[in-house]
Design a protein around this ligand. Structure first.
Ligand code: ADP
Ligand code: ZN
Ligand code: ZN
Length: 743
């Protein structure tokens, strides 16, 4: 009988570790040495993969548990790793994150590991399956015994040496896979394991740096030399050459034999972006994006974990990549909301980047044309250094911006005022391209009866349903509920149904009809599903012929179209009166990005913003000083009113189909003695901004404190107590530390 118990973090929503007897064969092992190893354990009627966090001797456990009857212990089923999978800095940072976000460690580890590993799969070998010519194959090739086709192409390609099957397929096409299999059976090929992917093409030099870039790069070079943490904000307008600065710093990191992690927003991880990094660095660039298979993801993880010099380029969850030889972490578009995980383990990848940078003692570079107020506040507190790139590179000038006052006029067409339509017509006549931005997909945000009060509403969310005319459907954008577009009013059978408001689908349709001679492209989530489709759609635009683009924020980022000279923002007022205190910040960011699409080439750009609030302070600041002016004002207001980042927030939210269960939950939660604190303000329970979604009632309590320690001290005891409440089992509840969306 073993004298040890293993303490295991199991992926279940409970804030504690679970004790198991050692797995067979490991009774004598010191659990401290097993910390970070995965283990398969029985849990209720299920089997789960957990991670050993340590152990205790059974004698201690018994004395601790003397008061309560110790539960019957089960042995772990199998130890899955010979060596700890999670070690060093990553292991420490993940445990820190679980404590900071008050999220169960088992779920945090689960979220951090690639799917293959969290299921208990083996860490992939770093080699790649490949094939080589056998003697018989060489002979066959020499004697030209094969007809033209994929088989002969495969043999031909292998003349230069063995190749991974994946590369053959990339070079020859999908038929190469079956051909290779046939040739293997014929013994003309032999299979073998090849070393991990390495890019051996030489780096292509970038453009010579301009003086602003040079100053930034020299500063970063010194920081990289210092071998210590430093937080740096690279504050550079759109197109100022921030990426060139990242690339220069990363090249230095690679030259020192170290690794760089680059986080980009979901929407920016395009094949072009990847190509740019690969070509400019001539190094191994490992991409982590949603298109990868589980095996590929795990392989990237393993490759980074091996410490090989490389660049890991990925979206939010790439922040959990092991970096044993880290040299630099870059967060591009650091203000982007996709860095915040919206459910489950609600971490913020930018914040974790700073945490990991400190733990790894490497510089963290945050880049943005529209820095978050959080980062600007850190600059004010001198916790981030700021480097500025104030100018666009090359010929491009900042665009001219103008408001179009919508008051007292009816839109001429497609929701556009006549001045906007005239500008659009002139732009096309000059042979240039235009973009119409509307952050609302669908045909119309509302469908209503002309006779009675009926309007299409989602029965599960109490919100208006959006008309999608091409689908002949009404869709709820909150829960996905769908119904057929009615022919007549469902309440009074009146045949006239009116649309209210306007979405991208309608703008697109009306512009297409009005400008039959130019291509009108719609880019939103309904028209393009994946990055590849988006790439195909923009290929048309890339040719530079006159065209109109209509789209949502999908269009706002990352693209560089020199012939695009006009941007029309169809409706920008919604952010001015939002209850969300972050709305003006978000709007200034989005407008900057959209406006940044205009005039990237040598022709000047124009941005026209349609508004019914031309006197609003937001617009006055925006026209005078753009994002920087809006941000300065917002930051001052947040300081005055004590809103984040000048206070610390956490949001306890819950939802239930039954309103009584929800009420009972919040009553019980707030009655807990642990809920009392003199230094933490409590707001609520209040209905959530969306009080009902997908048939569930939703409510929340917002916690706010001037400083972090009292808030976290409260959560430290309160959250475990909530887990113990009977009333908590009847609702779905969650905690969001540093929330961005009020649920
Ligand atoms: P950002 O990341 O700030 O949007 P990029 O680094 O993508 O800017 O640069 C925008 C464009 O300007 C790219 O096409 C890039 O190749 C080019 N560029 C960057 N730096 C220079 C430079 N010093 N000289 C000439 N062109 C440059
Ligand atoms: Zn009606
Ligand atoms: Zn709905």
């Amino acid at each position: 009988m073993s004298r040890w118990l293993w303490q295991v973090a199991v992926p279940v929503p409970l804030p504690r570790l679970f004790d198991y007897l050692p797995a067979a064969g490991h009774e004598q092992a010191d659990p401290a040495a097993l910390a970070g190893c995965r283990v398969r354990v029985p849990f209720g009627r299920r089997e789960l993969v957990g991670v050993v966090c340590g152990g205790q001797s059974r004698a201690t456990a018994a004395s601790l548990d003397a008061a309560t009857k110790p539960p019957a212990l089960k042995p772990a089923l199998a130890l899955l790793d010979g060596e700890p999978l999670l070690t060093g800095e990553l292991w420490r940072s993940l445990r820190w994150a679980a404590a900071y976000y008050h999220h169960p460690l088992g779920e945090v580890l689960h979220a951090a590991l690639p799917a293959l590993l969290r299921r208990g799969g083996q860490v992939p070998a770093l080699t790649r399956p490949g094939v080589a010519l056998s003697a018989a194959g060489s002979e066959a090739l020499e004697q030209a015994r094969l007809r033209p086709g994929p088989g002969r192409d495969v043999l031909g390609a292998l003349k230069a040496g063995p190749m991974p099957v994946a590369d053959l397929v990339a070079q020859i096409g999908e038929p190469a896979r079956a051909a290779a299999r046939r040739l293997l059976r014929r013994d003309w090929l032999q299979s073998l394991e090849l070393p991990p992917a390495r890019n051996l093409t030489p780096a292509i030099a970038g453009p010579p740096l301009n003086p602003d870039q040079r100053i930034a790069c020299e500063h970063l070079a010194a920081l990289l030399q210092a071998d210590a943490y430093a937080g740096v904000l690279l504050d550079g307008v759109t197109g100022s050459g921030k990426t060139e600065v990242y690339l220069t710093a990363i090249a230095q990191v690679l030259a020192a034999g170290r690794q760089a992690l680059v986080l980009v927003p979901e929407i920016a991880l395009t094949p072009q972006a990847l190509r740019r990094y690969r070509q400019r660095l001539g190094a191994t660039v490992l991409a982590l994006h949603s298109g990868l298979s589980d095996g590929e993801r795990a392989r990237v993880w393993a490759q980074a974990d091996s410490g090989q010099p490389c660049v890991v380029l990925g979206t939010r969850s790439a922040i959990f990549t092991p970096l044993p030889r880290a040299g630099l972490i870059v967060v591009d578009e650091e203000h982007d909301s996709s860095y915040k995980q919206g459910d489950g383990f609600r971490y913020h990848a930018r914040d974790l980047a700073l945490v990991r940078g400190k733990a790894l003692a490497v510089p963290v570079l945050l880049g943005s044309a529209t820095p978050s107020l959080e980062s600007l506040a850190l600059v004010d507190e001198q916790r981030l250094q700021r480097l500025i790139l104030p100018r666009r590179t090359g010929q491009a000038r900042p665009p001219q911006q103008r408001l179009i006052d919508l008051r007292g006029q009816r839109p001429a067409l497609a929701g556009l005022a006549s001045a906007a339509l005239t500008a659009l017509t002139q732009t096309l006549a000059r042979g240039e391209q235009a973009l119409v931005f509307r952050n609302r997909r669908g045909y119309a945000p509302m469908l209503a009866c002309a006779a009675c009060g009926w309007h299409a509403q989602c029965p599960r969310c109490d919100r208006a349903m959006t008309l999608h005319r091409r689908l002949h459907a009404l869709l709820c954008h909150h829960c996905g509920h769908r119904r057929r577009e009615p022919d007549a009013c469902p309440d009074c059978q009146h045949p006239d149904l009116l649309t209210r408001g306007i979405g991208t689908e309608r703008i697109h349709a009306e512009l297409q009809e009005h400008f039959p001679q130019v291509p009108v492209l719609r880019i939103d989530r309904d028209s393009v599903g994946s990055g590849a489709q988006l790439d195909a759609a923009v290929a048309d635009i890339d040719r530079g012929e006159p065209a109109i683009l209509v789209g949502t924020q999908l269009l706002a980022k990352g693209h560089d179209w020199p012939a695009l000279t006009l941007v029309i923002v169809a409706d920008a007022d919604s952010g001015l009166f939002s209850a969300d205190f972050r709305a003006p910040e978000a709007m200034a960011q989005l407008l900057t990005q959209v406006a940044g699409r205009a005039g990237r080439g040598d022709r000047p750009g124009t941005v026209l913003v349609q508004t019914r609030q031309p006197q609003h302070g937001f617009w006055l600041r925006w026209l005078a000083g753009g994002h920087a002016a809006v941000a300065a004002e917002e930051l001052a207001q947040r300081r005055n009113t004590g809103l984040p980042p000048f206070s610390q927030q956490a949001l306890l939210a819950a939802e239930a189909a039954d309103l009584e269960h929800l009420d009972a939950f919040f009553k019980a939660v707030l009655a807990l003695p642990q809920a009392q604190s003199t230094q933490v303000e409590r707001l609520g329970p209040l209905p959530a901004p969306m009080p009902r979604r997908a048939g569930h009632h939703r409510a929340q309590v917002l916690l706010e404190a001037a400083r972090r320690p009292p808030l976290h001290a409260l959560l430290d005891t309160w959250i475990p107590a909530i887990h113990g409440l009977r009333q908590a089992r009847r609702v779905r509840w969650s905690l969001d530390v540093d929330p961005y969306d009020l649920y």
